[in-house]
Ligand binder design. Structure first.
Ligand code: GDP
Ligand code: MG
Length: 453
């Protein structure tokens, strides 16, 4: 696949996030760092990476339904898509529609001419190629070969030295086609002679569309190149070639987006059919493996495995317990049936007697409580103490519940928190101390040694 490294790094950071029990600020920070690393490794400009990830982070933290993993994935997807620009295709408004490919030596113009010819031909347009690289005799031969592979006609002369003359000499031929693609000569750099040559050809050929071919392996320097070409010549868009053969493609793609030259196609191999129309939505969803993520989310919703329960348990015992934890607790309860069943999963707590009768969490309350928590900001979820009267009123309004409901939630939260505290300061700790056990891990090891787990 194209941009393998970037894709798998992004996918694994999303998976890591999705499989977390609690998505708190720490998890978001870690996630953002992972994305930054992935993008920088793909040669995306560091400044752009920070701009993008700041947007993602701000949106995640601002989002009221913060605890919803789907929402986070959606935010990342949307921001990456808008980062890559709008993408755009060609519409053949007149006949013949003339496309001129320009670019430096070895950027992939000739190969791309064949690929583009085939793509357009497949759409039902009569297409031909015009060999305007009169710089090297071998160039015309190469285009003829490429044209043969694509099954499109190629016009050109191995003897003629002036590209302008080739345009003129074959005019009667190419003018009969729906689409004509001109393959021009490159240079080592964008110099005066290249600009003059393209302008000369353009006077005679009058292209409807000039497309710049840039190889992906130049990474973020694609921005300078695209800007320089845009300034010197009239460029309508970019084709990024060789996206399959470099880890730096992320840099080239994003560089073009910020240079304001829309990427229209990407070359993804040496074969004649290895050219794709560039659509940021499709590209990003493939890169992130959206299909896989959906499945993963579904699984995360259904499943509460033992590891997750341990994570919850450790947070219980560490004395940290906020609305995010409560949210997870309530979700877990829905799946497991009851609070005591849930607690039985937590190592060391299973056999303890808890004052469950103090908790009054009925099913309809669970739903209500979750809706209220969905309306909270991250700061409120993480720090329940911040809920004052006006915030409580806002939450009641925002969630379509009553002030009494919000107060009931806070009451239940406090009851649970106190319960945790008691457990912490009480039996379990004492027992651990007596047995000389310093941490949970040792307790678990011991339990399993005794055949209790
Ligand atoms: P030109 O000098 O701009 O006409 O470039 P060419 O079309 O001759 O291509 C230069 C080299 O890049 C050739 O070896 C092509 O096979 C190779 N190439 C072009 N496009 C791609 C692509 O999308 N992927 C890969 N892997 N190689 C490509
Ligand atoms: Mg060439």
């Amino acid at each position: 696949m194209v941009l393998d490294n970037l894709g798998s790094a992004l996918r694994s950071s999303m998976k890591k996030l999705v499989s977390k029990v609690l998505i708190d600020k720490k998890a978001v920070d870690e996630f953002i760092k992972d994305i930054q690393k992935a993008l920088i490794s793909a040669d995306v400009d560091v400044k752009l990476v920070f701009e993008l990830t700041k947007k993602i982070k701000d949106r995640i933290l601002e989002d009221k339904s913060f605890s919803k993993k789907e929402q986070i994935i959606r935010i990342v997807y949307e921001e990456l898509v808008s980062f890559l620009g709008t993408g755009s295709s060609i519409s053949f408004k007149k006949k013949p529609y003339k496309i001129l490919l320009v670019g430096l030596f070895g950027s992939g113009k000739t190969t791309t001419a064949g690929k583009l010819g085939l793509k357009i031909k497949k759409k039902g347009y009569k297409t031909c190629l015009l060999a305007l690289d009169t710089y090297r005799a071998a160039a015309v031969k190469q285009l003829k070969q490429v044209g043969k592979g694509a099954g499109v006609t190629v016009y050109g002369s191995e003897k003629e030295k002036k590209a302008k003359k080739v345009v003129k000499d074959f005019k009667d031929d190419w003018a009969k086609f729906d689409v004509v693609i001109g393959d021009s000569a490159g240079r080592d750099a964008l110099d005066k002679s290249l600009i003059k040559e393209v302008k000369d050809i353009s006077k005679e050929f009058k292209p409807d569309e000039v497309l710049l071919v840039i190889p992906a392996d130049i990474g973020q320097s694609a921005r300078k190149q695209a800007e320089a070409f845009k300034e010197a010549l009239k460029i309508n868009g970019v084709i990024i070639s060789k996206l399959d053969s470099t880890a730096k493609g992320g840099g080239a793609l994003t560089a073009c987006a910020v240079s304001g030259a829309p990427v229209k196609f990407v070359g993804v191999g040496e074969g004649v059919s290895d050219l794709e129309s560039f659509k940021p939505e499709n590209f990003v969803s493939r890169l992130l493996g959206m299909g896989d993520l959906e499945t993963l989310l579904e699984k995360a919703r259904e499943e509460l495995d033992e590891d997750k329960m341990k994570e919850v348990g450790e947070r219980f015992l560490s004395g940290k317990f906020n609305f995010l934890d409560l949210y997870e607790q309530l979700s877990a309860m829905g799946k497991l049936g009851s609070m005591s069943k849930l607690l039985s999963f937590i190592p060391g707590i299973g056999g303890m007697k808890l004052p469950m009768d103090k908790l009054n969490i009925q099913e309809e309350n669970v739903k209500k409580f979750k809706v209220i928590m969905d309306s909270m900001t991250l700061a409120e979820l993480e720090e329940p103490k911040t809920l004052n009267r006006s915030r409580i009123e806002r939450l009641a309004k925002g969630s379509g519940t009553s002030v009494g409901d919000v107060r009931e939630l806070i009451k239940q939260y406090n009851t649970m928190k106190n319960m945790m505290k008691k457990m912490q300061g009480g039996n379990l700790k004492k027992m651990m101390k007596k047995l000389g056990i310093k941490d949970m891990k040792a307790l678990e090891d011991m339990a399993s040694g005794m055949g209790l787990q």
